[in-house]
Design a protein around this ligand. Structure first.
Ligand SMILES: Cc1cc2nc3c(=O)[nH]c(=O)nc-3n(C[C@H](O)[C@H](O)[C@H](O)COP(=O)(O)OP(=O)(O)OC[C@H]3O[C@@H](n4cnc5c(N)ncnc54)[C@H](O)[C@@H]3O)c2cc1C
Length: 475
């Protein structure tokens, strides 16, 4: 699309997380002279993306990477001059582990998310009993699902590979990513490629030979993990710089979005905060779905109800810095996940300093322990001190962590992870139909078609392009 050079359009972007920042940046590319206002409820832009430096450690408070498999984040970084700042995952230790009867067991070679690509590795793994292995090996014989209705992750995996593979391997690997209840997590919305594999080939195991990278992987495709030298904050800071500081209004929680046809200032929409209002030609709403629901409560109650129906889960990240020699049983990998059947009080642990360079001084380790999620939300009632003690206790048992950490802190993410439950895509389609009837209004963000950073970026760029199209068409 050619940039419109003479547009004086006024555009409001609600929410200054990666979705809002990306939408604003794309609008700068498409409509260089448009007047942008980014309204952010918090004191700083960035949303959940936030990196801190502490005692020589680089601490990510939420996301610590994105994947290059879905290319939109990588493309954005290149466009904003961050290519030389991109860092790949360390070559050493590209492995993940699963807690099994209190011990850490490596994810079988070639098992990526929910697909076994090396049957010999599955036959020798201690994660499954002989019966569990037999059931898994019967996967190619299991009939493919006939209808195209959505189903849960738990139902799909049990049906194809059996209960043991589900609860011992897939639930912790996949459920952990979404901090979700696997009995409710939608296959169509989260793992469409595996649904398609079953539909086309009748089996995950029988589907055509895996690529070499898939065969070499275990747990995830680490070759596609990307971060930035100074952490995800670098992406936020560069976008803010490119957009221009003066476009931001922080501490500005938007309360409503209404048509503005009657207003002398013109513009299509009126956006209100507690103490101010803006008349604009277009609005891109990127805040979480329940917040977006509040904005449309008067304008479109049906849309508001659909948005409110998207549930969220909470999680806490306990960040701990330790000396390497405090870890009695060092793990040669990027981290481990804990299946619900193990009844641990943690979801996963990531060795941040093993994953990317420059995260910890020499001889020290930075650990991030994830607690809570949809299935263990009661744990988040503990105060910070108790959460740190839970994390220390679990790590003492699982990796022999000894002594006091150099520092420990808790980052809470309340209602931050959208839950794509069965039927999510139908709900999103209904939301999109409602929004299509409101010209100049767009939704973007992690609530709809992907929670990962690349998907947020894709949705925000699409929203910006739609707004530019509408404004161009209306002259
Ligand atoms: C702990 C954690 C770890 C994660 N790890 C990864 C990872 O490693 N890789 C990956 O790809 N993804 C990861 N994710 C997911 C990814 O980081 C998020 O989905 C993404 O950053 C969300 O961006 P967003 O802009 O859509 O939403 P947010 O970051 O939530 O931003 C929304 C913004 O809207 C603002 N807002 C809310 N209401 C209003 C209002 N009424 N008016 C104005 N502003 C408002 C909020 O203050 C916020 O700043 C992780 C998420 C979490 C929580």
């Amino acid at each position: 699309m050619d940039p419109m050079t003479n547009s004086q359009a006024r555009i409001a972007i609600i929410g200054g997380g990666i979705s809002g920042l990306t939408a604003a940046h794309r609008l700068r590319e498409l409509l260089p002279s448009a007047h942008l206002t980014i309204l952010e409820a918090a004191p700083r832009p960035g949303g959940v993306l936030c990196t801190e430096r502490r005692d020589g450690f680089l601490v990510e408070r939420a996301a610590d990477m994105f994947t290059s498999k879905d290319p939109w984040a990588l493309h954005l970084c290149r466009r904003i001059g961050l290519e030389s700042e991109l860092v790949g995952a360390n070559e050493a230790g590209r492995k993940a582990f699963i807690v099994h009867r209190g011990e850490l067991v490596e994810v079988p070679q070639g098992f990526v998310l929910m697909r076994p690509t090396q049957l010999s590795a599955m036959l020798t793994t201690p994660l499954l009993s002989p019966l569990g292995k037999l059931r898994l090996m019967m996967e190619p014989l299991k009939r493919a699902k006939k209808d195209e209705s959505d189903e849960s992750l738990a139902s799909f995996v049990r049906r194809r590979m059996g209960q043991e593979t589900f609860e011992r391997i897939v639930q912790p690997l996949v459920g952990g990513i979404y901090t979700a209840d696997p009995e409710r997590l939608s296959m169509a919305a989260t793992m469409p490629s595996f649904v398609e594999m079953e539909r086309r080939h009748g089996s995950l195991i029988r589907a055509p030979q895996a690529t070499r990278s898939e065969k070499d992987a275990s747990g995830a495709r680490y070759g596609m993990f990307v971060s930035l030298r100074e952490g995800m904050q670098q992406l936020v800071d560069r976008l803010v710089e490119r957009i221009g500081q003066d476009a931001f209004v922080c501490n500005a929680g938007v309360q409503s979005v209404q048509p503005a046809n009657d207003h002398e200032d013109g513009g299509r929409w009126r956006v209100r905060t507690m103490d101010d209002e803006w008349n604009v030609d277009a609005v891109i709403v990127t805040c979480r779905a329940p917040h977006a629901a509040q904005l449309f409560a008067e304008l479109q109650p049906a849309l508001s109800d659909q948005l409110r129906a998207i549930e969220y889960a909470s999680t806490a990240v306990v960040v701990m810095a330790v000396d390497d020699d405090q870890i009695g049983r060092p793990v040669q990998g990027f981290g481990f996940v804990a299946p619900l059947v193990e009844q641990r009080k943690i979801l996963a642990t990531s060795f941040a300093s093993a994953k990317f360079p420059g995260r910890a001084p020499y001889g020290k380790t930075l650990v991030r322990v994830f607690i809570g999620g949809a299935c263990q939300s009661e744990l988040l009632e503990h105060d910070d001190h108790q959460l740190i003690e839970i994390a220390r206790h679990e790590l003492r048992e699982l990796i022999g962590l000894a002594g006091d950490p150099l520092f420990a802190e808790v980052v809470r993410w309340n209602e931050a992870m959208p839950q794509y439950h069965v039927g999510h895509l139908d709900r999103v389609a209904a939301i999109e139909r409602s929004v299509a009837s409101l010209p100049g209004l767009e939704l973007a963000g992690n609530a709809y078609r992907g929670v990962g950073i690349p998907f947020c970026i894709r949705s925000a760029e699409q929203a910006a392009e739609n707004v530019a199209d509408v404004l161009c068409a209306s002259g």
